[in-house]
Design a protein around this ligand. Structure first.
Ligand code: GRF
Length: 202
C-alpha cells in the first residue's frame, strides 16, 4: 500500500524535490498527495506542478485582515489537507508555527525537518546561528533533525533521526548552508523511509 503524504512548504522546495525524486526513483514507496504553501511565489509550487502533484495556496494575511485568529487559519488548513487523506504531513521548509487547531487533527502524524540538532537553535535562523556560534568557539559542529510534532513546541518533539554536520574554519555561511541542504535531502528521505517501514524511533 503506497503511503500518502501531504508536504507543506514556504519557499524554494529543495527538500520537497528530494522527496519527489526519491519517489520517482522508487527509493520511497510513497505518493505526495498535495503540496500546500503559505507563500504564493514559493518555487516549491512550481516543482510540484512539474511533477503533476496537486497544489494549494493558503495565505494567513486574509485571516488577520479579517480579524480572524491563527487558530482559525490552522483549522481551515487542517480541512484543506484532510481533502487529500494523507497518512503523514511533512513540514519541509514550512515557515509557520502550527497550533493545536491543526496538530490535534493529526496526532503524531506531523513530521518536521529542522537544520539543527535536538535542543539547539530553534526557529528560522538555525544555520546562521550555528555558523556564528562556531566562529565564537561555542560549538565545533552542527547537525540536522527530523522529528514528530505532537504539540506547539517550536522545533521540538520525538526525534525520528539526526545527523551531525561538520563546520570548517574556512566556511562562509553560504558554504555551510549548501552542505546542510545536501545532508537534509538525504536525511529527510531516510526518515520518511523509516516512517513508511513503521520504525519511528531513533
Ligand atoms: C531547510 O533548511 C529547512 O530545514 C528549513 O527551511 C529550509 C527549506 O529549504 N526549515 P527548502 O525550501 O526545502 O529548499
Amino acid at each position: 500500500m503506497t503511503t500518502r503524504m501531504a508536504v507543506l512548504i514556504s519557499g524554494n522546495g529543495s527538500n520537497l524535490q528530494a522527496i519527489l525524486d526519491a519517489i520517482r526513483m522508487r527509493v520511497l514507496d510513497a505518493e505526495v498527495a498535495v503540496v500546500v504553501s503559505n507563500r504564493k511565489n514559493a518555487y516549491g509550487l512550481e516543482r510540484a506542478e512539474k511533477a503533476d502533484v496537486p497544489t494549494r495556496y493558503h495565505a494567513l494575511k486574509p485571516y488577520l485582515d479579517d480579524g480572524k485568529t491563527r487558530e482559525e487559519y490552522d483549522a481551515d488548513l487542517a480541512a484543506i489537507v484532510g481533502e487529500y487523506d494523507p497518512e503523514w504531513i511533512v513540514l519541509a521548509g514550512w515557515m509557520h508555527i502550527l497550533s493545536d487547531a491543526f496538530l490535534q487533527q493529526y496526532p503524531y502524524a506531523v513530521v518536521n525537518l529542522h537544520p539543527a540538532l535536538p535542543g539547539k537553535f530553534p526557529g528560522a535562523h538555525a544555520i546562521e546561528e550555528a555558523h556564528a556560534a562556531f566562529q565564537a568557539g561555542e560549538i565545533d559542529h552542527t547537525g540536522i533533525m527530523v522529528h514528530l510534532v505532537p504539540d506547539e513546541q517550536i522545533d521540538a518533539g520525538p526525534v525520528i533521526t539526526t545527523t551531525e554536520v561538520p563546520i570548517y574554519k574556512s566556511d562562509t555561511l553560504e558554504m555551510l548552508e549548501n552542505r546542510m541542504h545536501q545532508n537534509e535531502h538525504k536525511l529527510l528521505v531516510q526518515a520518511l523511509q523509516r516512517l513508511i517501514d513503521g520504525d519511528e524511533d531513533e
